[in-house]
Design a protein around this ligand. Structure first.
Ligand SMILES: Nc1ncnc2c1ncn2[C@@H]1O[C@H](COP(=O)(O)OP(=O)(O)OP(=O)(O)O)[C@@H](O)[C@H]1O
Ligand SMILES: [Mg+2]
Length: 249
């Protein structure tokens, strides 16, 4: 059975792609044959020259597999998958995702799969991200925000995964870019207190390993490869890579 992890998040824009790409790089540096996947992506082509998540992960994974294999459903509308599929007049099928996953997994020792949005995001008529994780049988890495509001989102996500007995390797709290603040502002004393207390409370209450917080890495916005290299070398990512290599306890 192929090992690996499903990188989910507490929300959209929390840093799933950055964490998944950094994990792929870190695991490849350890000599492992890593495959990457973004089963469903929306808003493809909407972001001008920015790489889609599938392309971003493909580059981090060594650009081995074709982008259509890494991303079997790449939809244009920047909406939740169920809505984007409806707009495109299509239906996202679980079986097509599972077949694409099996094909990729057959060529790799470890798979790093990025989810979409959070765990209850609807994908097809009768399934959501959590159902997909359960079918893939991969343990999860949960990416959350190391900011005020991060405690509730992290604990809700853990509860939703536990309800379905889905393994959680760890939560990584991240200082992702803030969309309303395109240029990074140095955190003030209140931001720092809020971030620290979020991390402390998630550690105290979640019952799973809590890694990070991942530092905000300004280089990511300027030179992707150099920025990802720095994130891949962070303790949080290295510890997650150890946990992925060990597999579910
Ligand atoms: N630690 C970090 N330092 C600096 N920028 C970051 C960090 N983590 C994420 N970002 C930036 O924040 C933005 C959102 O991150 P990312 O695309 O990884 O989120 P996501 O959860 O994958 O979003 P989506 O739901 O769209 O897939 C990106 O511009 C990314 O480069
Ligand atoms: Mg992403």
């Amino acid at each position: 059975m192929t090992r690996g992890c499903f990188v989910t998040g507490t929300d959209t824009g929390v840093g799933k792609t950055v964490v998944a790409a950094a994990l792929a790089i870190c695991l490849r540096q350890r000599g492992l044959n890593v495959g990457v996947m973004k089963p469903v992506e929306t808003g493809v082509g909407e972001r001008g020259s920015t790489l889609s998540d599938a392309e971003y992960l493909r580059a981090a994974g060594g650009a081995v597999d074709p982008v259509d294999a890494i991303g079997p459903y790449r939809l244009a509308a920047p909406l939740a998958p169920l809505a984007a599929a409806r707009q495109a007049g299509t239906v996202i099928e679980m079986d097509r995702i599972l077949t694409a996953y099996e094909r990729l997994a057959a060529g790799h020792t470890l798979m790093v799969v990025e989810g979409i949005g959070g765990v209850l995001v609807p994908i097809g008529h009768h399934f959501n991200v959590r159902d997909l994780i359960a079918r893939l049988g991969l343990p999860t890495v949960v990416v959350g925000r190391a900011t005020l509001g991060g405690v509730n989102h992290a604990l809700l996500t853990v509860e939703a995964l536990r309800q379905r007995r889905i393994a959680i390797l760890g939560i990584v709290l991240n200082h992702a870019a803030i969309p309303s603040e395109p240029s990074w502002k140095r955190p003030d004393a209140i931001d720092t207190r809020q971030g620290d207390s979020t991390v402390e409370l998630v550690k105290e209450l979640s019952g799973v390993p809590v890694l990070g917080p991942l530092r905000h890495e300004p280089m990511l916005a300027q030179a992707r490869d150099a920025g990802l290299g720095k994130v891949a070398a962070e303790d949080a990512v290295r510890t997650l890579a150890d946990l992925i290599m060990k597999g579910v306890p």
